[in-house]
Design a protein around this ligand. Structure first.
Ligand code: PMP
Length: 408
């Protein structure tokens, strides 16, 4: 008998053990945000009760301790993604802020009129809108890598877009609407050959697979704590140090300066140059505990678990008449976007919720992706390492029930 591909960690997540109207919660919206394990909740609670203080400023023990904990997360994150140094890890408030930081600081300072930014058809708005704002400021041009009907990028088309005018290529590692895992290593290699830098939106990959920024060839890699079992309000931007060193500040304020006079201000070296103001101290600490948790479960095991569930769920949903899966890439993360014939995605979401099943319905902050597939919205079930086959059985039964309601 072969070994089960499944983890058994639902018990680590208190909210997943609660019920709605006597029905167990079936949480299928991890792509929006992940639930939190007890270890993260307890560590943050403990810190507030026992050790809370500001970081990098205090001379008293509470602050020194807080600073140590705060900086140790930086080291954990650097190890997690195989950055070559802790100095390449910048704390932000989330993936969105990380991408804005790259666009405003790097993009705005290097782009000239006519330079090109290459994005893909299947980006989240967080990796589209900042570039459009920078386009307005610099006169740069945005080009788009198209995708096929499965949601896979056309690399041949991408090759054709690349020229010496291309300065930035910004693509997500995994699409939040379709689940497509993009071949970042190949995309980065081609970007570098053209002289462009590679920006990766890692919001949907970081807690689902092993990420090695050096092996991928990512010059920047952005993600949020809240999608990796940590709290909201913290995020990371990884940046190659030689690029960070030349970049101007993103925001000005306390902690990012060396010296301030009214005539002239000098800035800290990275990463502190990009960390103005009192940071999300406790959230960063929680992120550190989340990274420990991720590594104790094991990213390879998580990937195996989610892949097995994805196959199981794909089979279940494709077997339901009237269901059309949107996003059927060969290399896919555990995201099931779908339509049900004659039923609006929002109705699917509301009706499933009555059975305690939480999915997302809408455009998933990826309207250009929806436009590509000719739909205004989809229903989306997204999985995490705490989900089970029983969760997917509940989803399939819920969809069958809705079909019955609409097709009589
Ligand atoms: N990129 C992708 C692919 C996402 O899925 C998300 C979150 N839905 C983001 C960026 C933005 O992340 P956040 O809202 O945490 O800043």
């Amino acid at each position: 008998m072969s070994k089960s591909p499944y983890l058994d960690i639902k018990k680590d997540f208190p909210v997943l053990n609660r019920e709605f109207d006597g029905k167990p919660l079936v949480y299928l919206d991890t792509a929006a945000t992940s639930q939190k394990p007890t270890v993260v909740i307890d560590a943050m609670d403990h810190f507030y009760r026992e050790s809370y203080g500001t970081v990098r400023r205090g001379v008293y023990r509470l602050s020194e301790k807080a600073t140590q904990a705060y900086e140790s997360t930086r080291h954990k994150v650097a190890k997690l993604i195989n950055a070559s140094s802790d100095r390449e890890i910048i704390y932000t408030r989330g993936c969105t802020e990380s991408l804005n930081l790259v666009a405003y600081s790097y993009g705005r300072s290097v782009l000239k009129s006519g330079d090109e930014i290459i994005l893909s058809q299947i980006e989240h708005h967080a990796n589209i809108v900042p570039w459009q704002i920078v386009r307005e400021m610099t006169g740069a041009v945005i080009k788009i890598i198209p995708c096929n009907d499965r949601g896979e990028l056309f690399l041949e088309e991408y090759r054709k877009l690349l020229s010496p005018r291309a300065k930035i290529v910004a693509v997500n590692h995994v699409s939040n609407a379709l689940g497509t895992i993009n071949p970042i290593k190949e995309i980065a290699k081609l970007a570098h050959e053209a002289g462009a830098v590679m920006v990766v939106d890692g919001a949907q990959s970081i807690s689902h697979m092993t990420v090695d920024v050096q092996d991928l060839g990512a010059d920047f890699y952005a993600f949020s704590s809240h999608k990796m079992f940590g709290p909201t309000g913290a995020g990371i931007l990884y940046g190659r140090y030689d690029l960070l060193e030349k970049m101007p500040p993103f925001q000005g304020g306390g902690d990012m300066i060396r010296q301030v006079t009214f005539e002239k201000t000098t800035y800290q070296d990275p990463p502190h140059r990009f960390e103005a103001g009192t940071p999300s101290i406790v959230e960063v600490l929680g992120l550190g505990v989340a990274v420990d948790y991720l590594q104790s479960v094991g990213l390879d095991k998580i990937a195996g678990h989610e892949h097995a569930l994805l196959e199981y769920g794909t089979k279940l949903l494709s077997g339901i008449p009237g269901v059309r899966l949107i996003g059927t890439a060969e290399h896919k993360g555990a995201i099931l976007g779908f339509e049900l014939d004659g039923v609006h995605p929002h109705d699917i979401g509301t009706l499933l919720d009555m059975d305690g099943i939480a999915i997302r319905a809408g455009h998933h902050c990826a309207q250009p992706t929806m436009q590509r597939f000719g739909v205004p919205a989809t229903a989306r079930a997204s999985l995490g390492p705490y989900n089970t086959e029983a969760d997917l059985d509940a989803l399939a039964a819920g969809i069958q029930k809705i079909r019955g309601m609409f097709h009589h």
